[in-house]
Write a protein that binds this ligand. Structure first.
Ligand code: ZN
Length: 366
């Protein structure tokens, strides 16, 4: 097995609107390029893994000795050639070239590619295009037939000698190595790529993946002569919940969970109970304020899970109404909210029906 892997991570990220070049952006808890390096190591397919970067000083991680870090060139094709020239002395049979901006390929794909090189000079993963593509010749517009078009991905696998010869002879800057083979009418084996192996081109591609969690807890005493509100819903009951506001334990816990996930402190900081205007405030009003805050900061709710802890009223009787009420105050789909009832074997204040408690966990994204 005389395979080498070249990872190109020296791109300029012109379309990537961030302070750092995208290769160094943290994606799934590590710099983007590290995903490719680690998978290449894990696959045990390669004698050397060449990481071509813009600035070697920016790599402070210690990799195993088969990983070599090189400084790249101006364009992608320059960097690729730097990698190829470096490995030439090892007399490689095969080389795989990969863009670090595709961190989600599988090790299975690496195996398929190297295997394909037994019978082919080049193996390239492709996926069907899902977008409608138009192209323009002079001033005329044409539709590209989707059945006959596909996108190429990386890693792309080549017999080293063929790719080396073509790369050193190339005159124009190419977008990927497959182009060299196509331009020279050389046969390429196309294999099925992976839809998950998408290229991270825009900052939005990464931002979508961020998930935050928050938890909330609340407990209020039950007192006679007060209206009971749970999840913003008026519930006929012999007592209500004592508190500065309407004492709605569900909404208070939901608010704290959402604030926690947004990392914006807690309900007491936002609505201090020594301030008059919050006296007897309906909790649903506070919840609406939190939702406004989320919208302003581009957060959206993935799901909310609620444990209502009490002997009475029976949660099963009000479950649908409470989740519907909450979904309306939060302007989200009811299916994102789950409400569970929990009794406490008649233990403690809650068990003796002197208090109602609630806990909530939520997940949000930005
Ligand atoms: Zn409360």
């Amino acid at each position: 097995m005389n395979n080498y892997f070249i990872i190109l991570a020296s791109g300029q990220s012109k379309r990537f609107n961030a302070k750092k070049p995208k290769q160094y952006i943290i994606y799934k808890n590590k710099p983007l390029f590290e995903h490719s390096v680690e998978k290449a190591i894990l696959s045990k397919l390669f004698k050397k893994i060449i990481l071509v970067v813009k600035n070697k000083k920016q790599i402070n991680k210690k990799f195993p000795k088969e990983v070599v870090i090189l400084k790249g060139g101006k364009e992608r094709s320059d960097s690729s050639l730097i990698g190829l020239k470096y490995i030439k002395k090892f007399r490689p049979s095969n080389v795989l070239i990969h863009d670090a901006a595709r961190p989600n390929f599988s090790i299975k794909l690496l195996k398929k590619l190297t295997k394909s090189l037994k019978k082919n000079k080049a193996a390239i993963p492709t996926v069907k295009t899902t977008d409608s593509i138009k192209y323009k010749i002079k001033n005329e517009l044409f539709n590209l037939n989707r059945d006959h078009s596909f996108s190429t991905q990386t890693p792309q696998a080549f017999r080293f000698n063929d790719l080396y010869r073509l790369s050193t002879e190339q005159k124009i800057k190419i977008q990927d190595e497959a182009t060299l083979f196509i331009q020279n009418n050389l046969k390429i084996k196309f294999i099925r790529g992976e839809n998950s192996n998408n290229k991270i081109t825009y900052l939005e591609d990464i931002k979508m993946n961020k998930i935050f969690y928050g938890i909330g807890f609340d407990i209020h005493r039950l007192i006679k002569g007060k209206q009971l509100y749970l999840g913003g819903l008026k519930i006929p009951f012999h007592s209500g919940l004592k508190g500065h506001s309407d004492g709605d334990v569900i909404i208070h816990s939901v608010i704290d969970a959402l604030l926690g996930a947004m990392r914006k402190k807690d309900i007491g900081t936002l609505f201090p109970d020594n301030i008059k205007k919050f006296k007897n405030i309906r909790s649903s009003k506070m919840l609406k304020r939190i939702i406004e805050m989320m919208n302003k900061n581009y957060f959206y709710i993935n799901n909310i899970d609620i444990n209502l802890i009490c002997e009475q009223p029976k949660v099963s009787k009000y479950r649908d109404k409470i989740t519907k009420s909450l979904s309306e105050f939060m302007s989200i789909n009811k299916s994102l909210i789950n409400l569970k009832g929990k009794t406490v074997e008649k233990l403690g204040l809650v068990g003796k029906e002197k208090a109602i408690a609630c806990e909530v966990i939520c997940s949000i994204s930005q």
